[in-house]
Design a protein around this ligand. Structure first.
Ligand SMILES: [Zn+2]
Length: 441
C-alpha cells in the first residue's frame, strides 16, 4: 500500500505544474462528492406514516420533472364526457376528421400545430409536396387522425378541380391527386320546418353533409333545435355533378325565417359566411377564461406520458396556476351542458358554443351555473379549486372543435370580423346575385 502511494506521489511530482494542479483539484472534487452523497436529505424517510391518498400524491409529484407543479387527471365520468344532443345524433359524427378553411396569415404548420400534430409530420408533408407552402385563402384542407392523435391522411383542395391527398406511409407520406371532371351547377332547395330541422331539410333534398354546412353557417344566429313548425328555409348549393350524381357540394348561401325574422349567411371568397351587409356572423371569443392571464403550469399535450404507468395519457387542455376562488369566465356565448361533480375532473363545467365549439373547465371549487343555462361571453360560471384528481390548486381548461380537443393557447377561435374595402364590395355584389335566388316555397 505504502509502495503504491510512494509510486503515485513520485509520478505526481514528475508532472508539469499545471497538470499537478488539475489532477489535485479533480481528486478533491471526487472525494467531496463521494463523502457528501450519503448525507443527501431524504424527506420521505422522515415520516413514513402518511395517509394513503397523500402518499400517492407525493409520489406522483416526485416522479414529475417539474416537481412543484400541480398535476391532474381530467377525465370526467364517462356519461359526462362530451354530451351529445339531437343534432349530433342526426348529422354524421365528425370525430377524427377535420375540415379547415384557410384564412389570411395561415400556414400549414400554424393550422396543424393547434391540433397538436407533430412538427416532424408537418415537415414530411412539405417535403412530399412543396406546394403545401403556398396555401391560398379560402382553400379547404381536411385531415384524419388515428386514435393516438397521429396524422393519418390529409387532403387539400388545391383548386376547384384538383384535390391532393397525402397518406401516411412509414415515416413519410405518399401523395396522390384527383382531378374532378364533373360540372358545377347551382341548385336552390327550399322547404318548411315540420318536425326537426334535419328531417325537414332532408325532405327538401339536402344531404347530411349539406345540412351540417347550413347548421354551421348559421350556428351563431340560432339554435336549430328550437325551430318551430312552419319556419321556412331556402338554400343555394353549388354542386359538382357527374353522370347525374353529386360528387361534392358547397354551400353558397342560406336564408332562414323564424318568428317572422329573416336570417342570412352568404359565402364570401375567403370561404367564410357573412350577413347581408358583410359583417361576420360569429361573436368573438376570449383567449383566457379568467379576468387576466395566469401562468401555464402544464401545457396541452395529446401524447403526454403518464409518469406512473408509462402509458399515453393525453393532456387535453392547459393548466393555469390560479389561486383557489378565482372567478372562471365563459370565453364565449353558449349553453351550459354540464355542471356537476364528475370523477377525476372534480367539479366540472362544459359549455357548448354554437355547433362546433365546446369548452370545459375542471377541478373547480364552486359551480355558479346550471345545465341548460344560457351564458354570455365573460359571465362568471365557477370559482377555481382543487377538486377531483388534482395535486394542487389550478384550473384545467379545454377547447374542443368538431369533437376534438385542441390547444387552447393557439386554437383559431371565432373572432368578430367583417369585410372591408375591395373584399366587401365584391361580397356585396355577390349578395345582390344570391339573395333573389333564396326564395321560399
Ligand atoms: Zn390539466
Amino acid at each position: 500500500m505504502q509502495q503504491i502511494a510512494r509510486a503515485v506521489s513520485m509520478a505526481f511530482n514528475t508532472l508539469p505544474r499545471a497538470h499537478r494542479i488539475m489532477l489535485g483539484s479533480l481528486t478533491v472534487v471526487t472525494l467531496a462528492v463521494s463523502v457528501w452523497r450519503p448525507y443527501v436529505y431524504h424527506p420521505s424517510d422522515e415520516n413514513p406514516v402518511v395517509k394513503s391518498i397523500e402518499l400517492e400524491k407525493s409520489q406522483l409529484r416526485t416522479l414529475l420533472p417539474e416537481a412543484s407543479e400541480p398535476i391532474d387527471q381530467d377525465t370526467p365520468a364517462p356519461e359526462d364526457d362530451v354530451p351529445k344532443d339531437e343534432i349530433d345524433e342526426d348529422v354524421p359524427n365528425e370525430t377524427g376528421t377535420h375540415d379547415y378553411v384557410v384564412s389570411s396569415g395561415d400556414t400549414l404548420s400554424s393550422i396543424l400545430n393547434q391540433y397538436g400534430i407533430d412538427m416532424s409530420d408537418i415537415n414530411q408533408l412539405v417535403k412530399t409536396d412543396k406546394d403545401l407552402r403556398n396555401l391560398q385563402v379560402g382553400q379547404q384542407i381536411s385531415w384524419t387522425l388515428t386514435d393516438e392523435g397521429q396524422l393519418q391522411r390529409l387532403s387539400w383542395e388545391s383548386s376547384r378541380r384538383e384535390t391532393r391527398t397525402y397518406d401516411r406511409s412509414g415515416d413519410g407520406f405518399k401523395s396522390s391527386s384527383e382531378m374532378q371532371k364533373g360540372e358545377w351547377k347551382n341548385s336552390v332547395l327550399a322547404g318548411t320546418v315540420n318536425g326537426s330541422f334535419v328531417t325537414s331539410a332532408k325532405q327538401a333534398g339536402l344531404s347530411s353533409g349539406e345540412i351540417s354546412a347550413v347548421i354551421k353557417a348559421l350556428q351563431w344566429q340560432m339554435d336549430f333545435r328550437k325551430l318551430q313548425k312552419g319556419d321556412k328555409f331556402a338554400v343555394l348549393m353549388s354542386r359538382e355533378e357527374m353522370n347525374g350524381k353529386t360528387e361534392q357540394s358547397q354551400l353558397a348561401g342560406v336564408r332562414l325565417q323564424t318568428n317572422g325574422k329573416d336570417y342570412y349567411a352568404i359565402r364570401a371568397e375567403d370561404g367564410k359566411f357573412y350577413d347581408r351587409s358583410g359583417s361576420g356572423l360569429a361573436r368573438g371569443f376570449m383567449r383566457f377564461p379568467t379576468i387576466k392571464p395566469y401562468r401555464v403550469s402544464s401545457n396541452f399535450n395529446p401524447r403526454r406520458l403518464n409518469p406512473v404507468t408509462g402509458r399515453i395519457a393525453p393532456h387535453k387542455g392547459v393548466d393555469f396556476a390560479v389561486p383557489v376562488g378565482t372567478p372562471v369566465l365563459a370565453i364565449g356565448d353558449g349553453e351550459v351542458i354540464v355542471s356537476k361533480r364528475s370523477g377525476a375532473a372534480g367539479n366540472y363545467v362544459a359549455i357548448r358554443h354554437g355547433r362546433q365549439y365546446m369548452t370545459r373547465y375542471m377541478h373547480l371549487k364552486t359551480l355558479l351555473v346550471k345545465p341548460g343555462q344560457k351564458v354570455k361571453r365573460g359571465d362568471r360560471i365557477a370559482l377555481t379549486g382543487n377538486t377531483g384528481r388534482s395535486t394542487g390548486p389550478h384550473l384545467h381548461y379545454e377547447v374542443w372543435i368538431n369533437n376534438q380537443a385542441v390547444n387552447p393557447l393557439t386554437a383559431k377561435l371565432p373572432r368578430m370580423e367583417g369585410l372591408t374595402g375591395k373584399d366587401r364590395s365584391s361580397y356585396l355584389a355577390k349578395v345582390r346575385e344570391v339573395m333573389p335566388q333564396l326564395r321560399f316555397k
